[in-house]
Design a protein around this ligand. Structure first.
Ligand SMILES: Nc1ncnc2c1ncn2[C@@H]1O[C@H](COP(=O)(O)OP(=O)(O)OP(=O)(O)O)[C@@H](O)[C@H]1O
Length: 632
């Protein structure tokens, strides 16, 4: 935790008073038994059950012992028991709550179901149930209250962890090869720390009350020991004769409980991040040689890629047989309407499709390595060094609790065996390379101190920490304004030119893709429907969908008096794939053949591919139109 944040918390009125009261409680817990045990235990049969007086501020109990000193001395046992029970509850809750991340989706679902059932039981009922199992006394009470606290804590942890696990920086860490445990400790838990700490301290306050309750019922602390709950039970017997005997332990429980809660609120704001150093691991990407049916410089080969999910009415397959290859230094764009399967294709390449999603491919090779068959560790190393992903939203691409330089350095420390200093120097160098001004100072800043465009550039910088052969950029400029968009796209082009990096640019904007890429893959309803050189987009597109996409983009010649062109109809529903061509219901050229059979993705001799029964006719019609235009 950073000093400045601590001092900021302690300067706030709530933080300062909470810290003062809690310190008082803890000092009492340490000192009171040492200083006042004698007075608290001194029996005086001449002063039984007396009210408040100068000699005994809170009166005496049934053996004439001083209640005020007994309450002070009981602080230690009460706090100790509450903290022990909370520790058990927090530990068990954290283990249960993080199980889905640690154990994987299937085992995680089972644990989640168990937690959901346990949460349905009232805490007090659970505590009494466990107290009966573990037995009467402190030895049984502590685990009973701890385990009764655990389900609530586990539920909160699960929810928070699930939220953070879906963010881009966690996906980026996965691509960087970070394992499950490290992912949890370094990227997930620090971002859910605040509510967990607050909940833990509130649990400590509740455990105080719960233990008081158990002792009051005779199930907790047993004589001759005493905690506040036991003193409260004894005091209640004489409530009408002298209420101070019950009031004193009650006030103690309330004050200590409040102190824990307020202190939790205060330190939650100061939660920072301390993470262990990353061990180095070396990996040499496999040399690219000639492979079966592929040119030697192919970086990524995808053949027959399917991505499916279980749906309410059977499996849904939003990506249905996508095939393409990317050569070293090549920039390929993937365009299509929302829901066409662009992002799922990218995520499948990055190995980021989570359970219950299923990825199948006849071939999914990155640098010659079959990703679906390669072991997890080797795959992580390969992707961590040679693959980079730039996500759409720069606001969620970085871990907000870590400085930018540190996040970049993690890649170099993990995969290139660099020391902390070397890795940081490399991070600064890479930030400079992606034109982040004052890179050395900026590397020490947190993501929120970067603008959106700068964060996106830093993300690209993170991608080039290793020696990437491929950068997948999924809508990298959608969240940016137009000027910054252009800078980021230019940067991607520069990185590609400088290091011969292949780029797979996913965008719904066919114009952007046409400007940046050499080739364009047009996707519709989970399939590639056309693959053509970007330079020929406006002149040689043969698929009616590609043409409709182009026609929907206004240009300088568009008549502003007329409504903008749109593609009629709705995109295909992946849960109900049509029998024939998926675009047929929206296509002006569709006929009986289109609605009965899905056209194959046919290649011509020059590497262009199109999936349309009428592609040839459309090309001829164009030729005729051009010829007619020329004659006129
Ligand atoms: N985890 C999932 N479970 C079930 N269906 C999913 C899942 N993720 C995506 N889909 C579905 O798969 C289809 C393709 O999604 P994908 O995100 O690849 O589309 P996209 O072309 O990238 O669109 P966008 O530009 O809106 O992101 C969508 O219909 C989406 O609802």
């Amino acid at each position: 935790m950073r000093g400045s944040r601590w001092s900021g918390v302690l300067r706030s009125p709530v933080g300062a008073s909470a810290a003062a009261v809690l310190s008082g409680v803890l000092v009492l817990a340490v000192l009171a038994p040492v200083l006042w045990t004698g007075k608290a235990n001194a029996v005086d049969t001449g002063r039984i059950l007396q009210g408040s007086s100068a000699a005994h501020w809170m009166g005496t109990d049934s053996l004439g012992r001083d209640i005020f000193f007994r309450v002070l001395v009981a602080t230690r046992l009460s706090v100790e028991l509450a903290l022990a029970a909370t520790a058990i509850g927090v530990l068990a809750g954290l283990l249960l709550g993080t199980a889905p991340v640690l154990l994987g989706a299937r085992a995680g679902r089972f644990v989640t179901a168990v937690v959901n059932i346990a949460v349905a039981f009232p805490g007090l009922l659970l505590a009494l149930f466990f107290a009966v199992i573990f037995g009467v006394g402190t030895g049984g009470g502590v685990p009973a209250i701890g385990l009764a606290t655990a389900p609530g804590f586990a539920r909160l942890t699960q929810t928070l962890v699930a939220t953070v696990s879906g963010l881009d920086f966690v996906a980026a860490a996965r691509i960087a090869g970070v394992g499950r445990v490290r992912l949890l400790l370094r990227h997930v838990l620090p971002n859910v720390g605040e509510p967990l700490v607050v909940n833990a301290t509130i649990s400590a306050g509740s455990a105080l009350l719960a233990f008081a309750g158990l002792s009051f019922l005779g199930l907790g602390v047993q004589a001759p020991d005493y905690d506040w709950g036991r003193l409260l039970g004894e005091g209640l017997n004489g409530l009408y004769i002298h209420p101070a005997a019950a009031l004193a332990p009650t006030v103690a429980v309330v004050v200590a409980g409040l102190a824990f809660n307020l202190f939790g609120e205060a330190i939650a704001k100061g939660i920072g991040q301390r993470t262990p150093a990353v061990e180095a691991a070396s990996f040499s990407p496999p040399a690219t040689g000639t492979r079966a049916g592929l040119p030697a410089d192919v970086v990524l080969a995808v053949d027959g890629l399917h991505v499916g999910f279980p749906g309410a009415d059977g499996p849904v397959t939003p990506v249905r047989g996508v095939s393409f290859a990317l050569r070293r230094g090549e920039a390929v764009g993937v365009v299509g309407e929302s829901g066409s399967g662009k992002s799922l294709t990218a995520l499948a390449v990055a190995q980021l499709i989570e359970e219950p999603g299923r990825v199948h491919a006849d071939r999914l090779e990155f640098l010659g390595e079959p990703l679906l068959e390669t072991g997890t560790r080797a795959r992580r190393q390969l992707l961590g060094t040679s693959f980079a992903m730039v996500f759409q939203d720069p606001a969620t691409s970085f871990n907000p609790t870590q400085r930018i330089g540190r996040q970049l350095a993690e890649v170099a420390r993990r995969h290139q065996g660099m020391s902390r200093g070397q890795a940081f120097a490399r991070a600064v160098d890479r930030l400079r390379a992606v034109r982040v001004p004052a890179a050395h100072r900026r590397a020490r800043q947190f993501p929120h101190e970067f603008s959106g465009g700068m964060r996106q550039r830093a993300m690209i910088g993170m991608g080039v920490m290793g020696n990437p052969a491929l950068i997948v950029a999924d809508e990298p400029t959608t969240a940016l304004d137009v000027t910054v968009q252009r800078q980021v796209l230019r940067l991607l082009q520069d990185v590609r030119a400088a290091d011969d990096v292949a780029i797979l640019l996913i965008s719904h904007d066919i114009t952007v893709v046409g400007q940046v890429c050499e080739r364009v893959l047009v996707m519709y309803a989970g399939r590639i429907v056309e693959d053509l050189p970007a330079a020929e987009l406006h002149t040689a597109a043969r698929h009616p969908y590609t043409r409709a996409l182009l026609a929907a983009v206004p240009d300088m010649t568009t008549d502003r008096e007329q409504p903008l062109a749109v593609i009629p109809g709705k995109p295909a529903d992946p849960s109900r794939p049509p029998r024939g061509c998926a675009f047929a219901p929206r296509c002006p050229f569709a006929d009986a053949q289109c609605t009965s059979a899905d056209p194959p993705l046919d290649a011509d001799g020059d590497g262009r591919r199109v999936a349309c029964w009428h592609a040839g006719e459309l090309a001829l019609r164009d030729t005729g139109r051009v010829a007619a235009g020329e004659q006129r």
